[in-house]
Design a protein around this ligand. Structure first.
Ligand SMILES: Cc1cc2nc3c(=O)[nH]c(=O)nc-3n(C[C@H](O)[C@H](O)[C@H](O)COP(=O)(O)O)c2cc1C
Length: 148
């Protein structure tokens, strides 16, 4: 068995702006029960009109995206959405994946301060050290109410 055979199958679910879009959770759950790893891409119209977004998680968050987000450079759907949801008061949890060398850049440090000041919640920074695990589920801890 090769390393590639061990990677779970990945399924992209693309959700468009039809009235039933808010029910897409059923498809995601069903896919996960069939052992797919699932990623969701929503069209901008679907994002803005059809979901009542309760929380957003960003994982892994890159140096590039953190800096663009803090500066308000909404040149991708992802960063545009992040800028917008923070403005709407939606809780956002972030797990960064940024090397020590990049993290020393003053622009990055300023970005973290700015985003924290906007209410964005950050988990413990992952630096990709030998043997260090990226704890994906910590992203959920950042946005779920205590004891949920
Ligand atoms: C193999 C590979 C691994 C990378 N890993 C990281 C990383 O761990 N952290 C990071 O900040 N950038 C990493 N980068 C650089 C980002 O991919 C690059 O800055 C990109 O522009 C990020 O775009 P995005 O923030 O829109 O995803 C990596 C690039 C490559 C090709």
């Amino acid at each position: 068995m090769t390393e590639r055979d061990q990677i779970p199958p990945f399924l992209y679910v693309v959700v468009c702006a039809a009235g039933i879009a808010a029910g897409v959770g059923k498809l995601i759950t069903a896919a996960q029960e069939r052992e797919w790893h699932v990623g969701v891409i929503a069209t901008p119209t679907a994002m803005n009109g059809f979901f009542d977004t309760a929380a957003v998680v960003v994982a892994p968050a890159t140096f590039n995206t953190i800096n663009k987000w803090a500066a308000g450079i909404a040149d991708t759907l992802a960063v545009g959405t992040l800028c917008e949801v923070v403005g709407r008061g939606v809780p956002v949890g972030v797990l960064t994946c940024v090397s020590d060398d990049l993290a020393r850049h003053p622009a990055y440090q300023d970005s973290l301060i700015r985003l924290r000041g906007m209410g964005v919640r950050f988990g413990y920074p992952y630096q990709g050290a030998e043997g260090e695990e990226f704890e994906w589920e910590r992203a959920l801890d950042l946005v779920e109410p205590q004891g949920r």
